[in-house]
Ligand binder design. Structure first.
Ligand code: BES
Ligand code: MN
Ligand code: MN
Length: 463
């Protein structure tokens, strides 16, 4: 192991240079104009995997963006891990708010800046560099490993579900490994044991057939923006609870023990507030901030538009208004059931004077798992070695719906070792990843594969 550790410590400059190449490809999955770039990115990554010595590397076309599969399976009697990550990124807009170009990796004050650097290119690369360090120095890996890196995570992973269904055998493993989450804070290595689910909706309100002069018609016709605002205002009650009947029915209450565990974490509400730049934190009455963002379901409007939004004033009644909004779910809420409740509520709120269309964009399940499994504990030990600090167990408010599917369908433990920080601007301008976390991440993940290699393979465990 020492030669692997020395190798990692001697190669940091190269690790930055290679990540720069990866981040230079604008693999924005949501925009059709980037389809070729997404594909180019997949091939670049596959080529890199071949170069470091992974086998059966394949760029698998789908109806959407390609999936990359690779493996290395020459450790008989050792467990098999399946790494899941994504090489697609969010759009960089608004461009004018970036301090350096989004697709030119830039090192500034100890942070690497680029779109996708922390979500999730840098974190995928952490694994590749750890695997490379073993293959280069020992000619082998301490475990059998499979990799599935997709290009549609940021748009709902539709085609990965189909791939998983069709390729159960190829993806068989003893544990799923994901690095696509954050640490609780700088210097606090964290193992994540819970994610929220996500349902994403869109509502369109159509009033008059065309835009109208608001003087000649105002007061006489339904204004779709007024109507939509009224509807949206009825999604919460004054206590910050979601006002959709039945919404909380299946929510598993936090136990005394978990509330106590969450209270003990070194989470600073003040730091969190400062990070957001908001004047004050708000949310559901009766819960702390960590509880609200990790363990309680929420609803947020993500976009609201219609009418005149250009420069100056225009007295007009727009013919249409649209809202995009989404719910974050916790166990045991069922996305399909929540969608039914939301649809019903929207239909009930819609006045007969307008035409309301309701659309579902995506649905994903929440995930919470026990963290006493040997592979998860191997993750904790690895982080502690890599960072030289005690690790904590956290949940996250974000969503990686595929984790739930894997967990439920493969019935295998999932180890989420994230190296982002909460204020690194994922999905926002000036996305960054702390350089020290990137390098300590590579070291930690090397320790992780080494640790997993020391846990018995399930077959051997049963014998
Ligand atoms: N890496 C994130 C998930 C995440 C976000 C984990 C925050 C922990 C904290 C992932 O790339 C993501 O952005 N997921 C989307 C959901 C997806 C279905 C579009 C999300 O959470 O909004
Ligand atoms: Mn991600
Ligand atoms: Mn993301």
């Amino acid at each position: 192991m020492q030669n692997v550790v020395d190798f990692i410590q001697a190669n940091s400059d190269r690790y930055i240079g290679e990540l720069r190449e990866f981040c230079a490809i604008p693999s924005v999955s949501t925009k059709s104009e980037h389809k070729k770039d997404v594909e180019r990115c997949a091939h670049w990554l596959a080529e890199h995997m071949r170069k470091i010595g992974l086998e059966h590397v394949e760029v698998i076309p789908t109806q959407g963006h390609p999936i990359i599969y690779a493996d290395w399976l020459h450790a008989p009697g050792k467990p098999t891990t399946l790494l899941y990550g994504h090489y697609d990124v969010q759009p960089p807009e608004p461009l004018e708010l970036w301090e350096s170009p989004p697709f030119e990796l830039t090192l500034r004050d100890g942070d690497l800046y680029a779109r996708g650097v922390v979500d999730d290119k840098g974190q995928v690369f952490i694994h590749l560099k750890a695997l490379e360090a073993f293959l280069r120095n020992t000619g082998r890996l301490p475990v059998n490993t499979k990799l599935m890196i997709e290009g549609e995570e940021e748009v709902g992973s539709e085609n990965v579900y189909k791939f998983m269904e069709a390729e159960k055998k190829r993806l068989e493993a003893d544990a799923l490994v994901v690095s696509d989450t954050s640490m609780l804070g700088k210097g606090i290595p964290s193992v994540c044991y819970g994610l929220r689910g996500l349902c994403y909706f869109e509502v369109e309100v159509q009033g008059p057939a065309q835009d109208l002069h608001s003087g000649s018609f105002g007061g006489g016709v339904p204004n779709p923006i007024n109507v939509l605002c009224e509807m949206m205002a009825k999604l919460h009650d004054p206590d910050g609870r979601v006002a959709i009947p039945g919404f909380y029915n299946d929510v598993r209450a936090l136990t005394k023990k978990e509330r106590q565990q969450l209270r003990r974490l070194p989470f600073s509400e003040k730091r969190f507030q400062e990070t957001t730049g908001a004047r004050k934190l708000v949310g559901e009455k009766g819960y702390s901030t960590v509880e609200r963002i990790w363990a309680r379901p929420t609803l947020d409007i993500n976009g609201l538009f219609g009418g005149y939004t250009g420069e100056g004033a225009k007295t007009v009644i727009g013919s249409k208004a649209t809202a995009k909004f989404s719910t974050r779910l916790v166990p045991n809420q069922e996305p399909a059931k929540i969608t039914r409740l939301v649809r019903k509520h929207i239909e009930r709120l819609a006045p007969p004077s307008v035409k309301v269309t309701f659309r579902v964009h995506s649905e994903g399940k929440p995930w919470v798992a026990p963290f006493d499994h040997p592979v998860v504990q191997a993750g904790r030990r690895a982080l502690e070695k890599g960072f030289g600090k005690k690790a904590v167990f956290i949940r996250e408010g974000g969503s990686i719906p595929l984790v739930t599917t894997m967990y439920e369908e493969l019935g295998k433990p999932c180890v989420l070792l994230g190296f982002g920080l909460p204020d690194e601007n994922a999905h926002a301008p000036n996305e960054r990843m702390n350089l020290e976390n990137y390098l300590k991440g590579i070291l930690s993940i090397a320790y992780f594969y080494d640790e997993v290699g020391r846990t018995p393979a399930p077959a051997a465990r049963a014998a």
